[in-house]
Design a protein. Structure first.
Length: 130
């Protein structure tokens, strides 16, 4: 994985879809805002790919921005044949209300060449909370 996403080609047929999302305000000694989501990943291309990692860009109302890179896709490295779909659920926690989230996936094609996905940008409506 690399934070230099400019050097990786984008694999456009990898379609990331946000299935659901919401934010919970958790009352603890210090408030925590938890974003809950479910994502569907479809290989709309003609060749199999393996997903190997993820990169999150997380922005909070107070101006903080975090970049989080990790190996695997929610503890898996799925191989997606053409037309295959992989779905996963997860959470991200924030100290102040979130205002933006973006997810990109790292992977390799059938020849082992690395790529990165188009970004999945969560719409503003995802950050409404009670």
């Amino acid at each position: 994985m690399s934070t230099d996403t400019q050097s990786l080609p984008v694999y456009a047929p990898l379609e990331l879809r946000l299935v659901m999302s919401g934010v919970q305000a958790m009352r603890r000694p210090r408030p925590v805002y938890r974003s809950l989501f479910r994502i569907s990943i479809c290989n709309a291309g003609n060749c199999p790919v393996q997903l190997r990692g993820r990169k999150w860009t997380l922005r909070e109302r107070n101006g903080n921005t975090r970049i989080v890179e990790a190996a695997g896709i929610f503890n898996e490295a799925p191989v997606l044949t053409p037309g295959a779909v992989f779905s996963c659920s997860g959470t991200q926690e924030f100290e102040t209300p979130p205002v933006a989230m973006e997810l990109r996936l790292f992977g390799t094609d059938e020849l082992g060449r690395p790529f990165i996905s188009e970004p999945l940008r969560f719409p503003r409506s995802c950050f409404q909370y009670k």
